[in-house]
Design a protein around this ligand. Structure first.
Ligand code: GSH
Length: 239
């Protein structure tokens, strides 16, 4: 990596797109600083430099601001050989499409988690299950999406399985039960060291608190789970 450039990642603590970037940065052992900001209280300096006023952004040196998690992930991959993204144009295009596929699942998964209306909750669940069914077909007998070795596209799905894992003890959330390959894939991703440490230690705590405080369908269907002890982990970066 070119040491002339200092990297600063700006993130929200529970942002799944930031989690993707953190996971690949951890996997590739990239040194960086992190600045957490709050979604409902974005500082002026941030809204001035983030084109969509969204996180993650990666500030490189003094001037360059990368935005969009996919672009940031590809950049990190490029500067830290060996690359995890294929050079083959077709494979690359297929992978980029799956970057977007993962974003759609993540968006719906978060809507599902924080949903307060039963009817919408059921529809979202159905939609997510159908996307997981598609993944079951993509995986066939492979450990990762492109074969036995992990590639960049796989890091996009880390937040999906971190969230599904967190909700595993809740019966109505067992969306993976018919999809053995997706289950194994999720287990492979969540057992990676960079997945375990590549997010804030209180991620689960903050998520569970949010689910509870917003009186979501999930909370109403299983209040005991959300009132239980709060998990915490160690993490690879210092805040
Ligand atoms: N496509 C973007 C999505 C980023 C995104 O939606 N970030 C959310 C946080 S999880 C955000 O910054 N939202 C603030 C807002 O919409 O005002 C990416 O992959 O980076």
């Amino acid at each position: 990596m070119d040491k002339r450039f200092k990297h600063t990642l700006v993130a929200f603590k529970i942002c799944p797109y930031c989690m993707k970037v953190l996971t690949i940065m951890c996997h590739k052992n990239v040194k960086f600083e992190i600045k957490f900001i709050e979604m409902h209280n974005k500082p002026d300096w941030f809204t001035k430099i983030s084109p969509l006023e969204k996180v993650p952004i990666l500030i490189i040196g003094e001037e360059v601001v990368l935005f969009e998690s996919a672009a940031i992930m590809e950049y990190i991959d490029e500067i830290t050989p060996p690359k995890l993204m294929s050079d083959d144009p077709i494979q690359k295009a297929l992978d980029r499409a799956k970057f977007e596929y993962s974003n759609e699942i993540i968006k719906s998964l978060y809507q599902f988690i924080f949903c307060t209306e039963q009817e919408k909750f059921v529809k979202l669940k159905e939609w997510i299950i159908n996307r997981l069914k598609q993944m079951e077909e993509w995986l066939k007998d492979k450990k990762y999406l492109n074969g036995s070795e992990i590639s960049l596209v796989d890091f996009n799905f880390v937040p999906v399985f971190v969230v599904l894992n967190m909700l595993k003890p809740i019966l109505p959330c067992d969306m993976l039960k018919d999809y053995k390959r997706v289950q194994n894939y999720g287990d492979s991703l969540t057992s990676l060291q960079c997945t375990k440490t590549g997010r804030v230690p209180d991620y689960e705590f903050l998520m569970i608190d949010g689910i509870k405080n917003q009186n979501t369908v999930l909370f109403r269907s299983n209040p005991c789970y959300f009132n239980g002890p709060k998990p915490s982990r160690c993490c690879f970066f210092s805040k």
